[in-house]
Design a protein around this ligand. Structure first.
Ligand code: PMV
Length: 325
């Protein structure tokens, strides 16, 4: 029987405003959903299950669980099918969207959430929030090992969240005073999130006292960042973003391209700029209330893809999972 309409699911990308890496050590982090993300559609296909991602890889990716493919996309797809009781189902899933892959803008979390939502829709269901959060955590774990959970939580719930990891993570909406004007730019990443997190772990283990102090300082900057976001104090917010970037550099996760992008953004008028995500290349964000197009142009002229966006204030999220504060 064919489905009466194309089943579909979508999920946004994300930026981490404060606290990446320190969040792994129990410090608070702040992340916000982006306006762009990924969308998945499900159609009948007797040759299925198959997943097509036309914009990823060189000339697109095709994943067929069960044909021995061990890559993360295939394993993640298999896990999502299993969660929805669709192992071996005759379906073709197409995942598309403008989110660049693997630069710290939440592509793996958006992959997980869009896929789960679309497969649930194909079954004529909507997953309960708690179920979606835990399934997305498992699918995203295929890409990231044991992530803090920050990415899939903000991608699932949307908005801007303060997040603290834990057996039961604690999160709450950060009520932005007004819309946050950002420029985001990116470069290819060297290595994976998992490797970046392992590198920080090795440096922490070599100098635990110093790194614990550094993580505490990053947590304090995140808390001050929340106050500035809620007060709409962009000047202070810019300073705090710069401070957070310096701490990330001290953690050893910034690279020459991150430093170039951050310096360019600041020189062309950003109030503050930092790398966002795991680092070693990947994305930066810049706070640009004035002339964001000028900052974006400077970055693209230097060879870095860039987009002008904003994080809009949203109403408080209802939660039925996690401990809200
Ligand atoms: O995968 P990314 O680039 O969004 O980085 C995730 C953020 C980290 O704090 C580095 C890791 C984590 O699990 O929170």
């Amino acid at each position: 029987m064919t489905h009466p309409r194309l089943a579909a699911g979508a999920a946004p990308g994300k930026v981490i405003l404060f606290g990446e890496h320190a969040v792994v050590y129990g410090q608070p982090a702040v992340a916000a959903a982006l306006g762009s993300g990924l969308g998945a559609t499900v159609e009948p296909d007797p040759e299925g299950p198959v997943l097509l991602i036309p914009r990823w890889g060189k000339g697109g990716l095709v994943a067929r669980p069960g044909d021995g493919g061990e890559d993360a996309v295939t394993r993640g797809f298999a896990m999502a099918l299993e969660h929805l009781d669709l192992v071996g189902a005759p379906v073709r899933v197409t995942l598309d969207g403008e989110l660049p892959l693997g630069v710290g803008l939440g592509s793996s979390a958006a992959f997980a959430v869009a896929l789960l939502r679309a497969l649930a829709d194909h079954r004529g269901e909507a997953l309960a929030q708690a179920d979606l959060l835990s399934a997305a955590a498992r699918v995203e774990g295929v890409f990231h090992g044991t992530p803090s959970g920050l990415d899939h939580t903000v991608v699932t719930l949307g908005g801007c969240l303060r997040y603290v990891r834990g057996t039961t993570p604690a999160f709450r909406t950060v009520q932005l005073a007004h819309s946050l004007p950002l420029v985001i730019a990116w470069a290819p990443r060297e290595g994976t999130t998992r490797e970046a997190v392992a590198g920080v772990r090795a440096r922490h283990d070599a100098l635990p006292e110093h790194f614990n102090r550094l993580f505490q300082a990053m947590g304090a900057v995140a808390e001050a960042g929340i106050a500035a976001l809620e007060a709409g104090d962009l000047a202070t917010l810019g300073l705090l973003l710069n401070l957070n970037h310096g701490y990330l550099n001290a953690c050893g996760v910034s690279s020459i391209v991150n430093e170039q992008m951050v310096a360019l953004a600041r020189r062309h008028g950003a109030l503050g700029a930092k790398l966002t995500g795991a680092g070693h290349g990947g994305a930066i964000l810049a706070l640009c209330p004035d002339q964001p197009a000028r900052v974006a142009r400077a970055l693209t002229e230097a060879g870095f893809p860039a987009l002008v966006t904003h994080i809009a204030p949203v109403p408080r999220v209802p939660t039925d999972a996690g401990k809200t504060e």
